[in-house]
Design a binder for this molecule. Sequence first.
Ligand SMILES: *Cc1c(COP(=O)(O)O)cnc(C)c1O
Length: 486
Amino acid sequence: MHNQDQALIFEASTPGRIGYSLPEMDVPELDISDLLPDGYLRTVEPELPEVSELDIMRHYTALSKRNHGLDSGFYPLGSCTMKYNPKINENVARFNGFAHVHPLQDESSVQGALGLLYDLQQHLIEITGMDEVTLQSAAGAHGEWTGLMLIRAYHEANGDLNRTKVIVPDSAHGTNPASATIAGFETITVKSTDKGLVDLEDLRRVVGEDTAALMLTNPNTLGLFEEHIIEITEIIHDAGGKVYYDGANLNAVLSKARPGDMGFDVVHLNLHKTFTGPHGGGGPGSGPVGVKADLISYLPKPIISKRGEEFILDYDRPQSIGRVKPFYGNFGINVRAYTYIRSMGPDGLKAVTEYAVLNANYMMRRLAEHYDLPFEKHCKHEFVLSGKRQKKLGVRTLDIAKRLLDFGYHPPTIYFPLNVEECIMIEPTETESKETLDSFVDIMIQIAKEAEENPEVVQEAPHTTVIGRLDETLAARKPVLKYQRA
Ligand SMILES: *Cc1c(COP(=O)(O)O)cnc(C)c1O
């Protein structure tokens, strides 16, 4: 290829060169114009680059290297749990018996696949302390919506039709109020105290006969474990509401504390976070929902259950809210999560939490001298800093995030949660070494010094990436999706 940049595939085109070789046709050739109605066929050949197989491979490899992935570097994106995805999960998900089963196969011919799903449900029941689990929902937010639909069905079955409100603390994940709205509820926001925890007085003020549920993200998006959980669940239960646990970030409490034991009625998990499903680019996820006994009859159908030694799909569920996803949910992600749970074992899963929390506290303490720490409390799996000090020097949190790109790091989550000014939300995860954490902290400290001594270098970052700063709003609203020659 005659171009330095292997991504410039159109410019590298040489007429007549082809990148594939197909075997000779051994069936009669069809005339495509017999198959398509007039007017649907091209009259002009598409203008495509003509390149060799090697060139096209280099093109895609070059494009892939422009993206930052977990397999290429540290990715401390708060609330996203970008932890290592063990490759054994991939091997197992590719077993013929898992990768090549068809969702329309008869129950009797997919006993192994159903057995794996059933066992996974049992493990998640044990891990969450709930009474039953469905694996149908395809992501965290989808699990939230499913859980709320269960709560709605429960209230309706009790003739309790005026429970139209869902209480969501302001330190909840952003998907919580969105899911409540999509499930047809009105969202009531409860403020946090200056310690970053749910304000119990504010909660008591808004709870009432119209409360359908409270959704609690725990640890909350500040990385803090709610101290008054039992009180919170009692306040809601006394008012006749249900309590929902957003367990997307279960690696903060896994094998240490269970939502079921804390009084929660519904919980969702993100198998694509805590349980190592790969989740870049919005790829397939899995957001199982666990419930207590009084909500089981509303679960999406079919339920995977066991009759004698046989695994069955139970459709005989008259009170079910129906399907929330075709077939069995995202089967491949469930296979990966099952593999992870089995390969870690109970002690391994306990260590996950210990290291996730240790790593976050270690980084928080090292960085607290150089950035403002809004909440002086041990964190769980993640923590927030504020870039207020740097803002006074003319360096915004966005600039700091962009500067990190120059050093090969994916930036942390920024400007979320909204209740912290110039928020920087860091989640190291448990799979990173102390050396990696230290190098990242060293760079963060260097950037804090640059903000004082040489702010332009931060304000104008990134300096080393293929593309510099985008107008992010314009890029999202009016993306240029067509290839444009340089
Ligand atoms: C990631 C996350 C969600 C949403 O999960 P998706 O799979 O992205 O829909 C919900 N709650 C919390 C706390 C999260 O971290």
